[in-house]
Design a protein around this ligand. Sequence first.
Ligand code: CS2
Length: 489
Amino acid sequence: MTRLCAATLASLPATVRRPAYDRASLRPGIVHLGLGAFARGHLAEYTEDALEKRFGAWGIVGASLQRPDQRDRLKPQDGLYTLLKLAPAGPELRVIGSVLDVLVAPEGPSALVARIASPDTRIVSLTVTEKGYCHDPATGRLRADHPDILHDLENPEAPRSAVGILVAGLRLRRAEGRGPFTVLCCDNLPSNGHVLRGLVRDFAALMDDKLAAWIEAEGAFPATMVDRIVPATTEADIAEVAKLTGLDDAAPVIGEPFRQWAIEDTFVEGRPDWHDVGAQMVSEVAPFEFMKLRMLNGAHSSLAYLGYLAGHETVSEASGDPVFARFLAGLWDEIIPTVPAPQGVVLADYARDLLVRFQNPAIRHRTWQIAMDGSQKLPQRLLGTIRERLRAGGGIDHLALGVAAWMRYVTGIDEKGGAIEVRDPLAAELKRRAEAAGRDAAALSASLLGIGAIFGTDLPGEERFTKPVAAHLAALFDKGAKATAASLG
Ligand code: CS2
């Protein structure tokens, strides 16, 4: 079959939407670090829409910080790829043209830094996942002992961490007497712009105080809330897209139709007209972020651990199970009082819509995928909510079960005695602790609660939290995830 590329675009069926602007004259204006499926299904589509509304020099140069696979798939396609939006009512297909090129950081770190520092680059955006920030998730501060940070301090011209790359680019800008670019964090971190500003400043301060002060004074790090469910692309998705479009695409993106983007409007060198295509430019992102991180991602993670343990492969299956649907309702009842509703939003409606999105049968989002990197996700998804509930004297039964399910999951052994492939930057430490405690729920929960980078220094001493977690963990060992969730009522 013929491959999707600029020369074959015209052969697509009329039902497939394609770039409605003069792509040949599109110039780059954004460098995106971490060009995975999410960024190509979110930022790149908003940018595509903005380019169609008002053309400008806002093409995207993507950069992969680890592997060359995205570049290898996209280059032969001139950066083009299919976005397949799966609504229960049927699929919607679109070829996205806003990605112009892909660089691979480890193959040429200085070329990437030069690209970032170039006067063309007005925004550097990021989706490098939680662990890509080399920070302590409990405090949000840079881990100066992180191997990648140590490497980048030794090799500032050939950095490999996202923070090291940003600082190298900013340093070059300053050395050339120019101003900084806007750094746009699009990861699910709390106060993401603010946290990234702190990480960049702290890293810069380890090299040069003046550079750190310049970044602090001149830099722009707008906060964002990003949302679209975009599972990892599978071989079956690739085959499906080929069937629907008649062209081979090695890098399609599959996502739900829903999308949301709230952005703090503090850009130093302009931005695409994202506000004209559905992005919400707001003065305060925090209410959106609390709503999304706590209600969507908190529920996603809790359901991923429980659902995986109960034998559900996808979120759609797990949330379609009445026991877990009821668990989610109880969980949202605990979360909602901790969320300041964004203007015009009724949180009970938001929760109801989330359940519909989770249950979308067309989206196969694996519980295993969401279960990944729990040590980096728990603090902002569940633990902050728990702290607030405790402060206000509210119940945390469902929230504590989410945490206990994570503990049960990281033992690495499922309910049938099979192995779980636990992916987490702390996997080795989690395994050590799990092996030492065995199936002793009290010992295991006490041991895991002692990991300060996750639970901080307060929660391990808070009996209103530690007791239900240990009790739920014991029940998970005894009777399994489904019966434990059912017993919450
Ligand atoms: C998910 C998110 O993988 C995960 O941890 O919870 O990727 C989630 O699908 C997105 O944040 C939705 O916007």
